[in-house]
Every structure is written in C-alpha cells, then in structure tokens.
Design a protein around this ligand. Structure first.
Ligand code: NAD
Length: 317
C-alpha cells in the first residue's frame, strides 16, 4: 500500500512517516521544507521537494500513484494566521483544495487530514470537548482548518472520496519547532537548555496559564495508522482528555530535564510572565472516546513519560 504524506519532513508528519514505514507501507513525501528539515526524513521514504500550492504536485500523483493521501503540510502558527490571514488561507485552504482535486482525479481511496481539536472548538463550554460540539473557530488558522474539513466532506458527498479527519489536541515530542500551533514544550525546553528563563503567557485572571491537552507525538502518529487500517470515514478527536495548566507543564519540563541530569538553576523554578497572545483560548481538552471505539486508538504515554523522551531528544541535539 502506497501513501503520500504531505509535510512529511515536519514535526508530526515525520513521525507519521516513521510509523507507516514500520508498518510496511511504501511512503512518498511531499514537502517544501519551509519549516520541515531533511534530517527528519525517514531514509526509506521517497522525497519530493514540492509545494502543495504548486501545479507540480500533480506530477507526484501521476508518477507515484498513491492509494492514500495523508495531508499534514500547513501553515501552523496561530499568531501568524492573525497577522497574515491571506497567507494562511493560501496554504491551508487552497493547498488542501488542490490536493482534494488531485485525489478525486487520481482515484485516491482515503484522504487523511490533520485538523485541530486544540483550536477548532474555540472557547468551548463543554470540556473535554467531543466531536458533536459545534466548532467556533477563534482564529484564521482555526477557520482555515474548519473550511478544509468542510471541503473534504463536500468531496466525499459529491465525488465519493473517503476521508478520515483527525482533530489533534496539543501535540508535543521530539523534532517539534518552537513557533508552531502548540510549541510550548519546545519553547520551554530550548530556553532552559540555553540557560535562559522561559516566559509563561497567561490571561490576567488566570496566572496558572492556559489549560491544554498535551498528547505525545508517537501516540498521535499511531492514529494515522489506525485510520489507514480501519478506513473509517469521519471526524475523530485525538487527545488524552486530561487538562494541564501551563505552569504545571513548566514544572514537569524542569522535572524531566533534572531527571536526565541537567542542572536547572533554582531561580528558573518560576518563569517570567507575559500576556496571552492573539488567538489564544483559555481551556482546551478533547474527548477522544470516538477514536477509542472506532479507530481502536488511545494514548499510551502519560505526560511525564512523553516529556522525558522529548527532553532527551533536545539534550542530544
Ligand atoms: N503541533 C500541534 O500541536 C498540532 C495540533 C493540531 C494540528 N496540527 C496540524 O498538524 C500538521 C503538522 O503540524 P506540525 O506541528 O508538525 O508542523 P510543522 O511545521 O513541523 O510541519 C509542517 C510541514 O509541512 C511543510 N509545509 C508547509 N507548507 C507547505 C507547503 N505549502 N507545501 C509543502 N509542504 C509544506 C513544512 O515544511 C513542514 O515540514 C499541520 O497540518 C498542523 O495544522 C498540529
């Protein structure tokens, strides 16, 4: 079975590629390396340095004839989407539409899409939030992801293109870049290792920071495998259901670093403070019961286990 993974040199999708390769899939990567890195590329995957917004991507479909498209390439910064909504839409909406058209024309059997449970529900009144909750996207990034979901469902109902939409919570792990949708673990770890005091962003009324559902990237990558094997059509939250305040995450990162023998000065036990950024929401956790039932997916790592593996990777960079 051949799968085309877009964004396969980036943080999450490079783990998705690794998981597919380990499961015996043939993998083709399309990535423009805007944020992705060649060192993330799995040696057994074929690579095309192509932009998903470029007509050239059609050649990859024609030459490679994949059966599954797993679409992870995106503009992933919420603040950048606020500053440049047009750029965000160009990549996230138009890029996705191009891939959908090519998938329809080239007989793709399943279109897997990485959406965002962390941003799409907005400031939900029900947490953990399930897939039935009506999305109230609160940033251009969340709007572009939600629009893509709607186009995917249109291509399904109109042209019979089967899809699986995975709405991720806040993903963390090795290879994460600090300025993405949920880069806080990468930011804290890189700063602490560089001997600098990290900053905690918070709303004025909640000094503990935001509440987020942190899910380890290897668990997240497994969701694509389960989606490919089960071929389930639908929308699935992928998260742990557990909420963690930013300050508690901060303490856990320091604990993980110290458990690996790193000296973190006591004066860093408390972070610097700054205001929440545009597009930030206060509380976000996901109910992934549907993925557990239908995709047979559930997280294997708890936060501490995931953080220990993550900081180990940053230490050995
Ligand atoms: N990080 C999270 O917590 C999180 C949460 C929910 C959803 N997601 C989604 O998961 C996906 C991967 O996110 P990530 O955190 O790994 O980000 P990332 O920036 O590490 O990966 C994105 C990859 O896509 C590539 N890319 C970007 N624009 C491209 C284009 N126009 N053409 C070809 N390649 C392009 C980049 O070079 C990079 O390799 C994104 O779709 C993102 O929206 C991430």
């Amino acid at each position: 079975m051949k799968v085309l993974v877009t964004g396969g040199c980036g943080f999450i999708a490079s783990h998705v590629v690794d998981a597919y390769v380990n499961e015996g899939y043939e993998v083709v990567i399309v990535d423009n390396l805007s944020t992705g890195k060649m060192e993330n590329k799995n040696k057994r995957a074929k690579f095309y340095k192509v932009d998903i917004c470029d007509e050239e991507v059609e050649k990859v479909f024609k030459v490679e004839k994949p059966e599954i498209v797993n679409h992870h390439a995106a503009q992933i910064s919420v603040p950048l989407s606020v500053q440049e909504p047009l750029l965000d839409a160009e990549i996230n909406i138009k890029g996705t539409l191009r891939l959908l058209g090519l998938s329809k024309d080239n007989g793709i059997k399943q279109f897997i899409f990485s959406s965002t449970g962390g941003a799409i529900y907005g400031e939900a009144t029900k947490v953990p939030t399930d897939e039935e909750y009506p999305p109230v996207p609160a940033s251009p990034y969340a709007i572009s992801k939600f629009s893509s979901e709607r186009y995917i469902q249109y291509y399904h109902s109109q042209f019979g293109l089967d899809y699986t939409i995975l709405r991720y919570s806040n993903v963390f792990g090795p290879r994460q870049i600090p300025h993405g949708e949920a880069g806080v673990v990468a930011i804290f770890t890189e700063k602490l290792l560089a001997g600098q005091q990290p900053t905690l962003n918070h709303f004025p009324e909640e000094r503990k920071g935001m509440v987020r559902d942190y899910c380890y990237v290897k668990d997240v990558a497994r969701a694509s495998i389960n989606a490919s094997k089960s071929k389930k059509v639908g929308i699935f939250n992928i998260g742990t259901g557990t909420g963690t305040y930013t300050i508690d995450l901060y303490t856990e990162v320091i604990r993980a670093l110290r458990s690996k023998g790193k000296t973190i000065p006591n004066r860093f036990d408390k972070p610097k403070r700054d205001m929440a950024r545009p597009g930030d929401i206060k509380v976000s956790t996901l109910d992934a019961s549907k993925a557990k039932k239908e995709l047979k997916w559930q997280p294997n790592y708890d936060l501490h286990e995931g953080l220990v593996e993550t900081v180990d990777w940053y230490i050995n960079l």
